[in-house]
Design a protein around this ligand. Structure first.
Ligand SMILES: Cc1cc2nc3c(=O)[nH]c(=O)nc-3n(C[C@H](O)[C@H](O)[C@H](O)COP(=O)(O)OP(=O)(O)OC[C@H]3O[C@@H](n4cnc5c(N)ncnc54)[C@H](O)[C@@H]3O)c2cc1C
Length: 454
């Protein structure tokens, strides 16, 4: 197509969002099957009110992930255009600019659904076909409900209901390359739309964004770790988890691919496989909860928590963010987070509990810090898990169950390997709270709201 200013009569626009892959990408397949020419776009939307602007760590990941996707699409004969703007205006305008006869995308499940619905309507009005496909979940949220047709509020029956569904669709291969060279529409550069943040010095030592990195992580997990997962997943120094979360977050691999890779593995009947799939179930539960509660990041599902009186403690928050709380496991986790863009799940729970329950700092402030620093931060799992720890979420840990960070350290890092790796100086910091007193204070605060309506 060379420098052709528009697509041919049967050209399609493919809109990438949280699905940065060519394998098992239903929108990409449909576009390639139905159109003679395809042009793709990634729109960085920081303007639409329904969109939560990405945190710094996520931008680092996204930059590298889009670079990898750009090359993969080129090999298929598809140009990936980079733009910025509010999607309601930018996508229909781009569809017109390239004279696309159809626009394809994979679904989103948070507040941004409203944007997609508006755009679909607008495009139809303009005589442009708009088609959406199952996105980054195993089961569409509207298909999982209890006998009364209500969404599940507790994980075990939710996951049982999911497992009773037909297995998630078998993953599809990438399409064959389209004939011809990719188009040459005007595009911003990746550096323009997503300049790399300067602070993540170490991320590249730990991560390889893009589908190749995702498949490597999956293979490594299946070859070496799945057998150890059930017991090892709770021990931060072992690293016996899949490290798939940022890859899943940006859709470089689909959960269907992960599901079927486990199902086909010789260990598919093992405890490790069962527990691992149920962790994918928690991811699913978080997204299904967001689907019903798009305000998950700002309001506790348990409305009693609207009345909770939190401490105003900016200094305490800073000490926590910097990993200087004087509690080894928590400090190690927060420094691991800053340096590598991740934190082990067990430590996330202990760190969040110290902030919310012992320090009595609003869970939303911790959630925002994780949003900015986690590479896997997503709009469902992050607030869902913060609410879980705080005691106001779905199937949450009750407010009165307060993690003791010292006991957690003794239990899950008995030899000190993890703490010494990330925060060897932790003892130099004065503990930010007295554990016994702060626990009593938290319980009193909960007593004050527990009689209110949920
Ligand atoms: C306070 C807090 C905040 C969190 N924020 C996020 C977040 O923003 N994004 C995120 O993906 N996970 C989040 N988690 C969940 C969990 O810590 C990470 O998914 C996990 O540590 C990622 O490592 P892994 O890929 O090696 O996980 P594995 O143990 O290998 O699990 C496999 C996959 O299951 C999913 N998963 C596992 N546990 C959970 C869970 N509790 N909730 C949702 N999905 C889960 C992830 O996609 C993960 O990649 C949070 C947990 C806590 C306690």
């Amino acid at each position: 197509m060379g420098t052709c200013p528009t697509l041919s009569a049967m050209g399609a626009l493919l809109w990438f969002r949280d699905d940065l892959r060519v394998q098992d990408n239903l929108a990409l397949l449909a576009a390639c099957e139905s159109a003679e020419e395809v042009v793709a776009v990634y729109l960085l939307d920081e303007h639409s009110p329904e969109i939560r602007p990405l945190g710094g760590a996520s931008k680092w990941w996204l930059h590298h992930s889009l670079k990898a996707l750009h090359a993969e699409l080129r090999a298929l004969g598809i140009q990936l255009i980079f733009r910025t703007g509010a999607a309601r205006e930018a996508i229909p305008a781009l569809a017109k600019e390239v004279q696309a006869s159809a626009v394809f995308w994979n679904r989103r499940y948070g507040a941004s659904r409203a944007i997609d619905a508006d755009i679909k309507q607008h495009l139809h009005h303009e005589g442009i076909q708009a088609s959406s496909f199952p996105g980054h979940l195993l089961f569409e949220p509207w298909n999982i409900a209890n006998k009364q047709g209500d969404p599940y509020k507790v994980f075990t029956p939710f996951w049982r209901a999911c497992r009773e569904q037909p297995a998630p669709a078998y993953p599809k291969d990438a399409p064959d390359p389209l004939g011809g060279t990719p188009s040459d529409f005007p595009t911003a550069s990746l550096d323009q739309i997503l300049p790399l943040p300067t602070w993540p010095h170490e991320f590249a030592q730990h991560w390889q964004p893009g589908a190749a990195g995702a498949y490597e992580a999956l293979e490594d997990f299946l070859d070496h770790t799945i057998d150890e997962y059930a017991d090892g997943r709770d021990v931060p120094a072992l690293g016996h988890t899949s490290k798939l979360s940022p890859h899943l977050r940006f859709g470089e691999i689909s959960p269907r691919e992960v599901w079927h890779a486990v199902a086909e593995h010789p260990a598919h009947d093992s405890e490790g496989a069962r527990v691992f799939l149920s962790e994918l179930g928690w991811r699913e539960f978080a997204w299904h909860t967001l689907y019903r509660h798009p305000d998950l990041a700002t309001r506790g599902l348990d409305r009693r928590f609207d009345a909770m009186v939190w401490e105003h403690d900016p200094e305490g928050l800073t000490l926590w963010q910097q990993g200087k709380t004087g509690f080894g496991l928590v400090d190690a986790g927060l420094r691991e987070l800053w340096r590598t863009g991740t934190m082990h799940n067990r430590v996330r729970m202990a760190a969040a509990s110290l902030l919310v329950k012992n320090m009595m700092i609003d869970w939303r402030l911790g959630e925002q810090w994780f949003w900015d620093t986690l590479l896997d931060a997503d709009e469902a799992s992050n607030p869902f898990n913060w609410q879980w720890v705080a005691g106001c979420g779905a199937d949450a840990s009750p407010y009165f169950r307060i993690f003791n960070p010292e006991t957690q350290q003794k239990k899950f890092d008995a030899n000190g390997k993890y703490v010494n790796r990330w925060a060897p100086d932790w003892m130099a910091h004065t503990p930010v709270v007295d554990l016994r007193e702060s626990r009593a204070r938290a319980l009193t605060a909960f007593d004050a709201i527990k009689g209110l309506p949920r």
